[in-house]
Design a protein around this ligand. Sequence first.
Ligand SMILES: [Zn+2]
Length: 308
Amino acid sequence: MNYQRTVKRTVTIEGIGVHSGKTAKIKINPQDAQSGIIFMRADNGRQKISLSPAHVVSTMNNSAIGFNGSRIMTVEHLLSSLYGLGIDNALVEVWGEEIPILDGSAKVFVEEILKAGIEKLDKPKKFILVKKPVRVEETNKYAAIDPSPDFRVDFVISYDHPLLKYQRREFKFDGEDFEKEISPARTFGFINEVEVLRNNGLAKGGSLDNVVVISDEGVVNPEGMRFRDEPVRHKILDSLGDLMILGTYIIGQYRGFKAGHKLNHQLLMALMSNPDNYQIIEAGHPRLAKENGFKIPRWLTPPENGHK
Ligand SMILES: [Zn+2]
């Protein structure tokens, strides 16, 4: 049976926000089963913000969530880390307006959570089983989710740049290693975008320490890429974080073609807009799984003693 998970101990992380340029501190605290992932502006009235597509307040170069006047920017890399580690329940206290960018990937979140350990809880995990294909699109871009017996993410990027003409990667949650293959992939951007972002009040904390910057000549960062296809891996990382805003793990196949936070958000809204599109199920019902033709991903089977 697949059980819900939380962190074993509180994890504390500090750093600057890539967009705000301001320092923030977060604490990821253990929570009971059935609590979900809850964010809280600890510095501002202790307003709680639960995960829901309805709580997304901005998708401009980051995913921001908010409720009742409080908001938190750039939640996607932290949410992706929680998704990748199978964590269902946590209270994320935030002192500041934005989740720290750290090295631009999910590496530090994953390492710190694994150091604290993962706790198995006594309630079965919940899933959203995709029953019907859903697709949203913009000119030459789309995001889609289809019924599938397991959870996989397939992403394509294509830019007018020799390094990024076409990159495609599929990540299967049943058998591939999120920690090694996806979590170290960093945010990337083109050098000529920097000014536009800054004019929009974004990327104030962006630097070569947290963004892979690409110019006409190639990668500006002296260390180069961590993977040959690091950018598409980062898009998989981002999409997982955006999907986690549902608050429930998905069984289905996500496909992104040049999609970003905005299309991912529209996809979640479209998926949830019709109850015929999905079914909420609990792990631990093998008969239900058999009847519906899916299997609970192996990656979600919790280890007996913390990590691995
Ligand atoms: Zn990102």
